[in-house]
Design a protein around this ligand. Sequence first.
Ligand code: PAF
Length: 285
Amino acid sequence: MQITESISRTRAMVRAAREQGKHIGFVPTMGALHVGHLSLIEAAKAACDFVVVSIFVNPTQFGPAEDLASYPRPFEQDCALCKEQGVDLVFAPTPEKMYGTADPVTWVTVERLTDHLCGAARPGHFRGVTTVCTKLFNIVLPDMAFFGQKDAQQVLVIQRMVADLYMPLTIHICPTIRESDGLAVSSRNQYLNAEQRSQATCLYRALQTCQTLVTEGSRDVEPLIAAMTKVLNEAAHGGIEYVNISDVQTLEPLARIKDRALVALAVHLGPARLIDNILIDVSES
Ligand code: PAF
């Protein structure tokens, strides 16, 4: 496995692999790799012949009061995990390599979809994500890139950007990986102390409550949101950022579930901001 911060070296290695007829799989990450990332790498290994993982804590997707400085950066450990997983190349650029030293003037933005959910609470976040993903896609030129469904809005925004800008790659979405008690695996879970860690199961419990009510026939969104809010408030004591049931394409809030819906939550627990979601489909019932 090669590790490089160089854009030209990354391009040269990918070009050489492509010349050998290899399909290029790409897993963009901010490091602090966990089993969720490993499942993306596994999917990339299964579908492609040459797998690139990027490790880059992207400054432009963090707000001024967010955790850019404290975001975990266990680089050696991440590289060891990538090697164990059979990754071919780790691309780990510096912020200067990705953005230069002046304030960026070129941005890629996806509108409307980014007004809702996490975008409403984190202005500029998705502009940072779409800009860095465009840069990474242009450097790596992958055939397929792998993202986790846990970041449902990110997935939707990136899929839309790739489609609208005719970017020549396929986005592959992998299922959310959960701990045995249902908590979605996330790099930010390590911010939780023992009490907050046990409270954090409220996100998945709230989502399950919604799923159960829908299975029993509930379709109106207001009581579903009320039921989820109750579960969250019992554990998260007012730390709710949003509880939404949205259209899966536009992310506009729904009043009633007719076919497919995205049920999404964001909750603050101590220093951690946790998100989770499920997709609900009542079209067959
Ligand atoms: O999901 C993440 O880890 C980041 O948002 C991504 C896609 C690597 C862009 O920085």
